[in-house]
Design a protein around this ligand. Structure first.
Ligand SMILES: Cc1cc2nc3c(=O)[nH]c(=O)nc-3n(C[C@H](O)[C@H](O)[C@H](O)COP(=O)(O)O)c2cc1C
Length: 305
């Protein structure tokens, strides 16, 4: 049988396969490296980085739900400087493209973070998080506002030539309008979706199970919604899409690619089985072989409606 070409392109970024690990679910790569051979993956995306370190929200920050989980971590992270000093040396030992996810409260902070990280050769792309539902400052304040998304994208574009991916929120009426703005403002790709706003209460104490009250819902419960958002973007805007939301196995990856994703990210599944992402890459290859796809990228937006 001929060898399957699993490579995919996202802007200037060429990945060995479409499987990436999603922001916030593998730390800075260190948390998963003893379970998964990082060199077998398409890319890893860091936990959201901010200019200064953030403690995040007080606990309780995570609660399990039927078919998923709610989290309100609140963007806890070491900050860009410590990331460069303490985390990048570890990542340099692994042959895997690194995508830095950035979160900020102002346009200037997004720009400053990107500028500081841009000179690090190991960083191949930036994923700009304008869609975190769990913080008071920033997050959805940007992701819900077309003009703010345009401003952030344009501003970040002025300080880097690397691939810029804007991570979109599903907590909007028409996600394709946001993808349109990203394209028009110089962004190279979008990732869809971040988590959905949700909550959960203890019926005996009548108190929220999460200290922040609201959290972001992830996991299999959100997959149909995420697929619909990816399909909406794919039908309306010509821009590479990274599909995210509830991927639990290789079949889910194929489904995301069919509705329009060029690549995918795996999130909540890393907590259930941290070895799954590498297995999924192998299973994707088998699927392509059996179904005569020479290039996995031929699956992207191959839907028949
Ligand atoms: C515990 C946890 C922490 C997360 N932290 C971040 C983050 O820092 N930045 C970000 O852009 N997304 C973050 N996310 C969202 C994921 O990257 C992903 O978009 C979302 O979980 C949907 O994918 P999934 O259903 O496969 O988990 C986080 C998700 C979880 C579960």
């Amino acid at each position: 049988m001929t060898k399957v070409d699993l490579t995919v392109n996202i802007g200037k970024l060429k990945l060995r396969n479409p499987v990436m690990l999603a922001s916030g679910t593998v730390g800075y790569g260190n948390e998963i490296s003893e379970f998964a051979d990082l060199s077998k993956l398409g890319a890893i995306v860091t936990k959201s980085l901010s200019l200064k370190p953030r403690k995040g929200n007080p606990p309780q920050r995570i609660v399990e739900t039927p078919s998923g989980m709610l989290n309100a971590i609140g963007l806890a992270n070491v900050g860009v400087e410590e990331f460069i000093k303490d985390k990048i040396p570890f990542l340099k030992q692994h042959d895997v493209p690194l995508i830095c996810n950035i979160a900020a409260s102002t346009v200037e902070e997004y720009v400053e973070c990107t500028k500081i990280l841009d000179s690090e050769e190991i960083i191949k792309a930036f994923e700009i998080n304008v869609s975190c539902p769990n913080v008071k400052d920033g997050g959805l304040q940007f992701g819900n506002d077309l003009k703010a998304v345009a401003k952030v994208t344009e501003a970040v574009r002025t300080v880097t030539n690397k691939t810029i991916i804007i991570k979109l929120s599903p907590n909007v009426s028409y996600i394709s309008e946001f993808a349109h703005v990203v394209k028009d403002s110089g962004g190279d790709a979008v990732s869809a979706i971040n988590t959905l706003v949700g909550t959960s209460f203890n019926i005996f104490t009548r108190r929220p199970k999460i200290h922040n009250v609201n959290g972001g819902l992830s996991g299999p419960a959100i997959k149909p919604l995420a697929l619909a958002k990816v399909l909406e973007i794919s039908r309306k805007v010509e821009i590479p899409i990274i599909g995210i939301g509830g991927i639990m196995n290789w079949k889910d990856v194929i489904e995301f690619m069919i509705v329009g994703a060029s690549a995918v990210q795996i999130g909540t599944l890393n907590f259930i089985d941290p070895t799954s992402s590498v297995k999924i890459v192998n299973e994707l290859e088998e699927y392509c072989e059996k179904n005569n796809y020479k290039n996995i990228s031929d699956l992207t937006a191959s839907y028949i409606i």
